[in-house]
Design a protein around this ligand. Structure first.
Ligand code: PEP
Ligand code: MG
Length: 565
């Protein structure tokens, strides 16, 4: 038996066998070969296997691929391209090297060729070359196309981290929970685990590597404790804890149909955070009062092209339709930090969380932004869709972004396409200067939503995904609470809503604290909605205010954590 202490990032207790998602080793060494023909035959074999994989994906996913079908069609064409195949074979012949090395060099040659072309379309094909070369390389190295596809039995996934497409696949497999080496409560795989209601522990560090495929694992997503191959008494104790937890969950069910409010009727609207329209169904299922944050960037990640206007429109419209007349706040592309969009081919930066990201990219790349704004506006004809800009640090950014919305409206109007002319526009308060200047910004927008994940990261100067310093990431730091209060007060003075959509909103017991600070809406993973409603229902508004005041008056995060209990 062995115990690993990680961070509990998605509540719930599960036990199952471990399924270790090993990082594929894609390093290539230049090895000499003597049998040229045999090495070239390996290329032919790898090409036909890779081709069969692509065809299988297309057949299995069928219509569900939507616009992605075109990508796979392009991949099929390229993989059959004589020049591409001959390129590899010639390298083997000329340099007498192994197929893996030839694959790598051939990929670099083709990518350089595409990137040097004038047409933007052809330049973008470099990403396709990368994708198919990677697929061929994996076949050559005997690495499974996608390990998650091979899961057939209930298991707990153990991985360095999970990409959004891994996580989406997990939903179709008998996966009971996740354990990741890196990350914390606000890393995106943790956020997705909560959306899917799967227990998860993150930041297990190198210890996670001790876990072997098939080890029997007890995972406590509340405490972050992981036990491998437990002794009987330990498992019995775990079972008792699990039964208690599951019973508490059942009791929360009564809040499903209730509105978010304190026991004396002070309303706080409880909404859900989503990354896909499917998540909206989960929010709806637990009685969410709207979508307070649709992270639109999830539509852009894990693919080699960009979603077009129609594809985006369909996704936004679907979320709006699921939520019927309830608000759906769609945040414009918030890329950067730990979220990558390969098709944008952004340069690597030294400080990605402080770099070229989110609204900064959108204001710089008008075409990209306009496509999204048009899709959002079109979707606003189908429900209470609202637009939210992330990473706002100045009034100028707000004014420029609003101008872009106006331009997109005018385009649609000229084309006779329907949209809601009174669509509400809001901003995220997640950079400390935005909180401090909230009184200025409040005059320009219809609502605020405080992104505590980033607000804490930036105000405490703590990288939110670095598990080495996670102890310095303190939501109850009096400085953080003061920033939240400043934003809430400024919103109130201007008569606009002030929500919180960072993970703090859904953290245990925080609903009453945030209500006491003057926050009007809380948006969180679907799995936290019932507990937040219950927390509010167990306090009067005055109790919430008193609690908030005592924490605001605390002299340190440590003191506040003790007060909070
Ligand atoms: C936040 O920063 O709190 C937030 C909600 O946005 P994200 O986690 O996507 O950065
Ligand atoms: Mg953020």
């Amino acid at each position: 038996m062995l115990t690993i202490q990680a961070l509990g990032v998605s509540e719930g207790l599960v036990k199952a066998k471990a399924f270790v998602l090993a990082e594929p080793d894609l390093t290539v060494t230049k090895q000499s070969v003597t049998d040229i023909a045999a090495e070239q035959a390996r290329v032919d074999d790898a090409i036909s296997t890779a081709k069969a994989q692509i065809e299988a994906i297309m057949e299995e996913a069928g219509d569900a691929l939507g616009d992605d079908a075109e990508i796979f069609e392009a991949h099929l064409m390229m993989i059959e391209d004589e020049d591409f195949i001959e390129g590899m074979k010639n390298i083997i012949e000329d340099e007498k090297v192994c197929a893996e090395y030839a694959c790598k060099v051939n990929c670099e040659n083709f990518q350089a060729m595409f990137k040097a072309m004038d047409s933007e379309y052809m330049q973008a094909r470099a990403a396709d070359v990368g994708d198919i070369s990677m697929r061929v390389l994996k076949v050559l190295k005997g690495i499974s196309d996608n390990m998650i596809d091979t899961i057939t039995e209930p298991c707990i996934i153990v991985a360095n981290d999970l990409t959004p497409s891994d996580t989406a696949k997990v939903g179709t497999k008998p996966v009971m929970g996740f354990i990741t080496e890196i990350g914390g409560r606000t890393s995106h795989s943790a956020i997705m685990a909560r959306s899917m209601g799967l227990p998860a522990a993150a930041g297990a560090g190198e210890q996670a590597r001790i876990i072997k495929n098939g080890d029997y694992v007890l995972l406590d997503g509340c405490s972050g404790e992981i036990v491998l191959n437990p002794e009987k008494e330990v498992e019995d104790e775990f079972d008792r804890k699990k039964a208690k937890f599951d019973e508490q969950r059942r009791m929360l069910e009564t809040y499903r149909t209730q509105e978010g409010a304190t026991s004396d009727g002070h309303r706080v609207i409880i909404e859900g955070n989503i990354g896909t329209p499917a998540d909206a169904e989960r929010v709806d299922a637990v009685g969410g009062e709207g979508v307070g944050l649709f992270r639109s960037e999830f539509l852009f990640m894990d693919r080699s092209d960009l979603p077009g206007e129609d594809e985006q429109f369909e996704a936004y419209k679907k979320a709006a339709e699921i939520m019927t007349d309830r608000p759906v706040i769609i945040r414009t592309l918030d890329i950067g930090g730990d979220k990558e969009v390969p098709a944008l081919e952004l340069e690597k930066e030294q400080n990605p969380f402080l770099g070229y990201r989110a609204i900064r990219i959108c204001l710089d790349r008008e075409e990209l932004f306009t496509t999204q704004l048009r899709a959002l506006l079109r979707a606003s004809a189908f429900g209470d869709v609202r637009i939210m800009f992330p990473m706002i640090s100045s009034l100028e950014e707000v004014l420029s972004a609003k101008k872009m919305v106006q331009n997109a409206k005018e385009q649609l109007k000229a084309e006779g396409i329907a949209y809601n002319d009174n669509i509400k526009i809001g901003i995220m308060i997640e950079i400390p200067v935005a909180a401090v200047c909230a009184d200025i910004l409040a005059k320009e927008v219809d609502f605020f939503s405080i992104g505590t994940n980033d607000l804490i990261q930036y105000s405490c100067a703590v990288d939110r995904i670095n598990d080495k310093i996670s102890s310095l990431y303190r939501p109850l730091h009096p400085g953080v609470l003061r920033l939240i209060k400043m934003a809430a007060d400024a919103a109130k003075a201007e008569g606009i809503e002030c929500g919180v959509c960072g993970e703090m909103a859904g953290s245990r017991g925080m609903a009453s604290v945030l209500c006491g600070l003057g926050v009007t809406n809380l948006s969180m993973s679907a799995s936290s909605i019932l507990a937040a409603k219950s927390d509010l229902a167990h306090h009067t508004y005055e109790e919430c205010v008193k609690l908030a005041e005592s924490l605001l008056g605390g002299s340190s995060a440590t003191q506040n954590e003790t007060t909070f209990g």
